[in-house]
Design a protein around this ligand. Structure first.
Ligand code: DHB
Length: 510
């Protein structure tokens, strides 16, 4: 048995406690410099507060450690903080849901929406659906919970400089992971079993956090913040509605929605999935339709360049009209989604895009599906030619609020004095660029609602395929029927998956 549970009294007497800042989850980590944790970043110096909440007729007791600044040189203390919650039973050597104080995985949810700044999440009722939030459900199932805040695209310092543009948010989440790894011995839970969770922009960051573990690309940023010297590789990823692969998402969107010219747009302030979204109706202009016609055919080149295969080993590609095996693959995902709904008794009679015979969904027409769910974003969906999107805002810099991030939109720019962000910043925000056999998280659970039109279904599907095509990864990807752009709607299933992967890996290590 490793680590911890020195009595609180003993902890108080230890002043400059020498804790190796590195956990032993891989060779790369082992070779990293060992250092002493400065006192203000040392978890063993903290005293938690005993609290409880009710869930399903049970009282759940836990200990709360809130507002922990997780880096030595914070840029914004309101956001670069973490809340840590530990089931009380672990302080009495109890077993909860087959986990104990040493083996409990660490659930790592972020509250990022719209690439906006996000505070560390708390144990509280989810305001959107009036249900226990993911942190509460996690604690009730014996997970240790750590939620980190992160900087976002609108954040400014006192002198008016922007301090949360890309890649700030992912750097912050990595720094928080390093805090957990460096403090693994002092803290209950297993920092080799960090399972991140997020929705939309937060889902994209969750996937990126998983894919890019220990990548040297972020090192300089982490050093500047005074992040602890430790691994930032996590164990598993849960991503709902990930708004990822931004540099290819415009093409994907037009491949899906070209020809669908009426839209119901969400106003930019409302992009964040956390807030109630206002829809504005409109029709694409002639210029937007022309841009759509130019973007759509570019997507085939991108897909074909990825060389991805389905689970039968068949190459997934698209022809010059945008048809082919990749499109068929998405149709299969939708058939599966609809069949599950049908089996659960959902009425599908109004879903004109699918064919049902004898209680079997026999076919789906992807073009009809796109028309049926409808367009939500005008062309280009992400890199707006007028620099008006949330993503233009994400890729600004200290002194420039909005920038382009694709050559296409830079070329078709309509805004005065427009500039384009460096390719490196764009690269560092995209999980697709980091998926590789020997690095990053092992397990991925990805969900994209069948009714989600914030990005093309192709985007999460390509991420899932890239992971499935990479040795050593497990991927659970599904398209829940009737679900829109949302997350945390199936927490029972989420934590069943989280338990299964955690226990499986314990057995495999024996
Ligand atoms: C989110 C939604 C979007 O449509 C988008 O482009 C970026 C982020 C979100 O809800 O987080």
């Amino acid at each position: 048995m490793k680590k911890r549970l020195l009595s609180t009294a003993l902890l108080m007497t230890l002043t400059a406690c020498q804790i190796p800042a590195v956990s032993n989850d891989d060779n790369q980590t082992k070779t990293m410099k060992q250092n002493t944790i400065p006192e203000h970043l040392d978890f063993s110096k903290l005293t938690g507060e005993k609290r409880s909440f009710e869930l399903g007729g049970q009282t759940i007791f836990y200990r709360a450690y809130e507002n922990i600044v997780y880096v030595a040189n914070p840029v914004d203390k309101a956001y670069q903080t973490m809340n840590i919650y530990i089931p009380e039973g672990y302080f009495n050597n109890q077993t909860i849901n087959d986990f104990n104080q040493d083996t409990a995985p660490i659930f790592f949810p972020n509250g990022v929406g719209g690439y906006m700044p996000a505070k560390a999440q708390k144990v509280e009722i989810n305001k959107r659906n009036n249900q226990s939030n993911s942190l509460m459900v996690a604690l009730s199932k014996g997970f240790v919970v750590a939620s980190a805040g992160a900087r976002g695209r609108t954040l400014k310092n006192e002198t008016g400089d922007y301090i949360g543009k890309a890649p700030s948010a992912i750097v912050d989440l990595k720094a928080a992971v390093r805090y957990l790894k460096a403090n693994d011995k002092a803290m209950m839970g297993d920092a080799n079993k960090i399972i991140s969770n997020g929705t939309s922009a937060g889902g994209a960051l969750s996937a990126l956090l998983g894919a890019s573990g220990n990548s040297s690309d972020y090192e300089a940023y982490l050093n500047e913040l005074g992040a602890l010297k430790a691994s930032d590789k996590i164990f598993a990823v849960s991503a709902y509605s990930p708004i990822t692969n931004l540099e290819n998402a415009d093409m994907a969107y037009e491949w899906q929605f070209n020809g669908v010219n009426d839209y119901q747009k969400v106003s930019i302030q409302m992009l964040d999935y956390n807030v109630e979204r206002k829809l504005i109706k409109g029709t694409q202009t002639k210029e937007q339709i022309q841009l759509s016609d130019k973007l759509k055919p570019l997507f085939a080149n991108y897909v074909n360049g990825l060389n991805l295969k389905n689970h039968h080993g068949e190459l997934l590609s698209l022809d010059k009209n945008g048809n082919g095996t990749f499109k068929t693959h998405l149709e299969h995902l939708l058939i599966k989604s609809a069949q599950t709904a049908l089996d659960n008794g959902t009425d599908l009679s109004k879903q004109t895009w699918l064919k049902i015979q004898n209680n079997k969904v026999v076919s789906v027409n992807f073009d009809d599906y796109a028309k049926f769910i409808g367009r939500q974003k005008v062309t280009p969906a992400f890199d707006g030619v007028d620099l008006s999107t949330g993503e233009n805002n994400l890729f600004g810099n200290a002194h420039t609020d909005n920038q382009h991030f694709t050559l296409f939109s830079m070329t078709h720019n309509t805004a005065p004095n427009a500039t384009r962000v460096s390719d490196n910043s764009v690269k560092m925000m995209n999980a697709m660029n980091y998926v590789s056999k020997d690095t990053g998280a092992i397990h991925y659970r990805i969900r994209h609602g069948q009714n989600d039109k914030d990005t093309s279904l192709a985007i999460p599907a390509l991420l899932a395929l890239k992971l499935q095509n990479t040795q050593g990864k497990t991927v659970d990807f599904a398209v829940p029927f009737g679900q829109g752009h949302s997350g945390d709607y199936d927490l029972e299933e989420l934590f069943a998956w989280a338990k299964e992967i955690s226990i499986e890996s314990k057995q495999a290590n024996k």
